[in-house]
Design a protein around this ligand. Sequence first.
Ligand SMILES: [Cu+2]
Length: 438
Amino acid sequence: MSDKKQDVIDQKLQDLNNDGVDRRGFLKCMAWAGTGVVWTLTGGLPVSRAFGKGADRNAGKAGDFTFVQISDSHIGFNKPANPDVTATLQTAINKINAMPKQPDFIIHTGDLSQLSKPSEFDTLDQVLKGASAKQIYFVPGEHDMLVDNGEQYLQRFAKGSKGTGWYSFDHKGLHFVGLVNVANLKAGGLGSLGHEQLEWLEDDLKSRSASTPIVLFAHIPLWTIYPDWGWGTDDSEQALSYVKRFGSVTVLNGHIHQVMQKIEGRVSFHTAMSTAFPQPAPGTAPSAGPMKVPADQLQRVLGITDVNYVVSGRSLAIVDSPLGGSSPAAFGSAGGGASAAMQATSGPPVTAPADAKSEIKIDNFVFNPAAVTVKSGTQVTWTNRDDIPHTVDSSQGKFKSPPLDTDQQFQFRFTEAGEYPYFCRMHPKMTGRVVVQT
Ligand SMILES: [Cu+2]
């Protein structure tokens, strides 16, 4: 990441908490408003609105509307970081239903489920049916495409979409584009849109006038936040080049379970909290896994994003609202000061014992050991010790595990000499290597 980009990243809710002033000066207006903080973004006229008080002086103009972003519900997750993710999703929906001005629609930016199970999708469906906003737009997270190449997700949540689930729609003069950057991820890489989707995007935007406000939404951030944890998209620059000519572009993402935002020219980027569990700030923990916070504070780090569009300003005011409490809590490191840079393939190869078995643990988003050398005929066992699922996928297509939940194992017997690189298809930055000798 360039220094310039680094400069414009505003990531610190903590900073905002301390004195209400964003140190990097990109927030034009900020106000505490009972349940949330009001942020007004980007060039043009600043727009502010007090969340939870219908006191917006622009309210009521024709064309004004509100929509809400929720993200990362992870229905099916049941570990200590949040044993009841269905309840916290329900709280988010209740909160949306209680908004004084009902949103025109809801956008869910992915990771609906934890393991792509039909029962998880069912539960999500049930809870969302209770939303008074009947229109909900989805994009998939990597957790929603764990089996059947995401077929089930597509059938249920993205009917009529293109490719792996991308689409666009217009609403009251704005153009919205849902993008998929979690399909067909490559070993060692970040999120990826892929050639076909990029071509479609270019074509989709071509006929729009430059004055049309554009909203792009996708699961993994379309800006590089922290590549060591896979928090970025390899080909997002290309996608963003297609929106350069537009006067107002808003990019909404999930995946990282915390609020971050930056503004670059006329493009404002924003990530949302999760309705399920928080994740640590980049580099403050050994890995990006679920962060356990005291139970009475959990709802303060979960939330919804309420986006208010006002015609005159051509800006989108984004409000992040924690599910409980009056202000977002400041949480720092979730554990130890371990280095965040994880090079899965570093370190000398380890020779497996001669009993033709080899064990690899998955811990803190790392295959350990990352490289093993075994004799032909050895059975290798991978065990997932994280409370987030992972997979073991051969980079050469020679083996492919199902999603491994906590403590689940995958075994493969290597019968031919050679080198076998592999990775986790959910977290492609996680890589490993098995070397088989005769
Ligand atoms: Cu993984």
